[in-house]
Design a protein. Structure first.
Length: 288
């Protein structure tokens, strides 16, 4: 399969009044894409150690020093030059035949209250044939009902809020889609990751992390992106969980000020030259 090369990563610049224990989960899953290089850098020097959560996601734990500091992750990876896989005939798997790993993703969670939306889900989608086409109908509905508005919601905003109010960010579209799927007994999980603008017009906003979903149909997980409601190239996962609470990009046990967060997910050629203007780099970060 043909591949294309991306440079991806992010930097977080904090100002902390006191040393602050911190968890960061912004590193892509190395076993899912070909990784040519990757590195973490900090200023000043910060000792980092790995940790693994309940879902097998790997993050970093460390202590932000008092004052201003920045940590950065950057990698160069190869991704398939192909759209997300799809199969309109993929069947919905009976609950009794689901693998154990899929069962937690049938349950309500903090941001995906499938129990609250159950009646709406069955009213909207109960007459549809179970399987991939029903999942696509749910994605179509969420994409139309929940208008994407950059920066429009806060951390407390849930699937029920997005369903009722009709707007949100990519996280909220993902939560709403997941809640409706779970209400229909379809395992669905939240994915935090990177998404480049490959073969699509670039959006008129700064590059950011992306939230999308995966559903279990037949005998595997399928990528579904209700924010775009289209198969895309280059989805790269960072973490998976029940909802955004399991996939926090940065968790600080204190009150540091996040002065700046920058994200990059851009295609480069064989010589490392960007194929579009690069964004997401902190000009104040010290380079070698």
């Amino acid at each position: 399969m043909n591949t294309r090369t991306l440079v991806l990563g992010a930097s977080f610049r904090h100002v902390a009044p006191l040393p602050t224990p911190t968890l960061a989960m912004i590193e892509h899953k190395h076993d899912e894409v070909e990784t040519l290089s990757s590195e973490w850098r900090t200023s000043p020097d910060i000792e980092m150690t790995d940790y693994t959560d309940l879902y097998g996601n790997v993050g970093k734990r460390f202590i932000l020093p008092a004052g201003e500091s920045v940590y950065r992750y950057r990698a160069i990876v190869k991704v398939p030059d192909a759209l997300d896989e799809a199969d309109l005939d993929a069947p919905q798997t009976p609950i009794e035949e689901l693998p154990d790993e899929a069962l937690p993703f049938l349950l309500p969670s903090r941001y995906c209250q499938s129990d609250v939306l159950s009646r709406d889900a069955w009213t909207l989608f109960g007459d549809l044939e179970p399987g991939y086409r029903r999942v696509q109908a749910i994605s179509d509905f969420v994409h139309e009902r929940v208008q994407y508005r950059t920066g429009s919601t806060m951390s407390w905003y849930t699937a029920v809020d997005a369903f009722n109010n009709g707007y949100g960010i990519c996280r909220d579209l993902a939560h709403t889609f997941i809640a409706l799927c779970r209400a229909m007994n379809i395992p669905a999980r939240y994915v935090s990751g990177y998404l480049p603008d490959m073969d699509v017009p670039p959006p008129p906003v700064e590059m950011d992390f992306h939230a999308f979903t995966e559903v279990y149909l037949g005998d595997r997980w399928w990528t579904i992106d209700p924010r775009h409601n289209a198969r895309r190239k280059g989805h790269v996962a960072i973490s998976r969980g029940r909802d955004a609470a399991d996939c926090a990009l940065a968790t600080t046990f204190g009150s540091p000020w996040l002065r700046r967060m920058l994200v990059t997910t851009h295609e480069i050629d064989a010589d490392g030259n960007p194929l579009a203007p690069l964004t997401g780099y902190d000009p104040d970060f010290p380079e070698d």
